[in-house]
Structure formats: structure tokens, C-alpha cells
Design a protein around this ligand. Structure first.
Ligand code: URA
Length: 231
């Protein structure tokens, strides 16, 4: 499905209002800050801060997750790292040639991403893995800037509906015109440079989705096979 973006939107989207990475002491979301402070007190050895994107600045593929898990990315400081969801995501990235090195579930495992980057729609760990609308909106300027700074990006894989919807909004697109679905593909014009940009939405590779069989490894591989074929 091919969609255009109004010129007015392009102008708006190129006015960056935030850095691509949230400051480690970000104070935009009071509930998330309170949770961060609680985690810092309980687990002073953990990262406990907005988790920066990880990967290749020349990425052609950007994977957009939801938010750090408390005992995973929030602990290790790297998206999906140490989280249940990371096992499937990193093995899939390896399967399609986007990794150099072995994923070891910790941030100093030496793993590098090759042609890919992973970011999150919400950079701070939310209580019960559930960011609220205000938090998703408050964090979106970082996603806008992340997208704007990836000059070589050709395809986005959005993991779950929250990430999908926030990515569309970050690109100035209407969610209603680009509904979320597993392995659904949209081709749009980048609001940053007008180049073709592919969005593929996927069920999130969460413990719940994989344990219930809503998402199988084969289904997840289909998404990345499609993304790779579009790069
Ligand atoms: N860990 C992340 O960093 N993001 C997710 O969406 C899930 C787990």
C-alpha cells in the first residue's frame, strides 16, 4: 500500500524538538521517573535510566520495540538485552545477517548490529510493562529525531500495536489509514527526505505472544525476511 505525505507535514517533521536519545535524567514522565527512582533504590547496580537505541548509525533497518523490561533492558542498558523478547529478536537478526558477534544477554557481550538499529517507542521502563498514552506521546519526539537521524533507513519493523501507532505518528501519518497487523506492509514517503520508506508491523516478540503461540519463530522470520527483501 503506497501513501504520500503532505508537504506541510514534511516541514513540521523536519523541525526537530528533541535529541534522538533521551537524557539519562529525563523528567518528562512523573510516573516513570518515580519508578526509576524506586528501581535505583532497590537495584543500585542496574542501568535504571532511559535506554538508548543500539546499533548501526548507517542502519537500513530500524526495529521499534515498546519499552525496556525491568529486569532486561532496564538492567543491562541495551534494548531487549536480558529480556525474554530479546532471545527471539537477536536470534532473528542473526539469522538475517544483521549481527556481528554473539548475543550474550548482557551489554558487554561484544555484539554489534550490522545495517540495523533497535530503538523503543518509550525509552524508560514502565510499571507492569505498560506505558500510558501520555508517556508514549511524551517520548515520541525522541523517536522522531531517531528516525530523522538515520539517513540510510529504508525499512522499519514495528513490534506490537503501541510501537506501530507511535511510529506512524512520529512520521506524521494517520494510524487509521495504516492499521496494525502481523506482517502488514506499508510503503510511504519519508517525511524527512521524501525517499520510499517501508513499514512492516509485527506482533511483539513478548513472552506472552510466544508462549501462547500467537507469534511463532516462523511468523517472526517472515517479517524480517520481508524487511530484508525491501532494503
Ligand atoms: N525490551 C525492550 O527493550 N523493548 C521491548 O519492547 C521489550 C523488551
Amino acid at each position: 500500500m503506497k501513501m504520500g505525505i503532505p508537504i506541510a507535514t514534511m516541514a513540521t517533521m523536519t523541525n526537530k524538538t528533541a535529541p534522538a536519545e533521551a537524557p539519562l535524567d529525563c523528567t518528562l514522565c512523573p510516573r516513570l521517573v518515580a519508578y526509576r527512582v524506586e528501581n535505583q533504590q532497590d537495584e543500585p547496580g542496574w542501568f535504571n535510566a532511559p535506554v538508548p537505541s543500539f546499533g548501526d548509525e548507517n542502519a537500513r533497518l530500524l526495529v521499534v520495540g515498546l519499552a525496556p523490561g525491568r529486569t532486561g533492558a532496564n538492567k543491562t542498558g541495551r534494548p531487549f538485552t536480558g529480556d525474554w523478547a530479546g532471545d527471539l529478536l537477536y536470534s532473528t537478526l542473526a539469522e538475517f545477517g544483521f549481527t556481528d558477534g554473539e548475543y550474550g544477554a548482557h551489554a558487554d557481550d561484544g555484539l554489534k548490529l550490522n545495517g540495523a538499529m533497535i530503538t523503543n517507542a518509550v525509552r524508560c521502563v514502565p510499571p507492569e510493562n505498560k506505558p500510558v498514552g501520555k508517556e508514549i506521546n511524551a517520548c515520541r519526539p525522541f523517536l522522531v529525531s531517531r528516525l530523522a537521524e538515520l539517513k540510510s533507513v529504508k525499512a522499519l519493523v514495528t513490534l506490537g500495536k503501541i510501537s506501530h501507532d507511535s511510529t506512524l505518528r512520529a512520521l506524521g501519518l494517520k494510524v487509521s489509514a495504516h492499521p496494525f497487523g502481523h506482517d502488514v506492509h506499508y510503503e510511504i514517503e519519508s517525511p524527512f527526505d521524501g525517499a520510499p520508506l517501508h513499514i512492516i508491523s509485527s506482533y511483539h516478540c513478548s513472552r506472552y505472544n510466544t508462549n501462547t503461540g500467537r507469534l511463532t519463530e516462523a511468523m517472526f522470520h517472515d517479517v524480517f525476511r520481508r524487511a530484508k527483501s525491501l532494503l
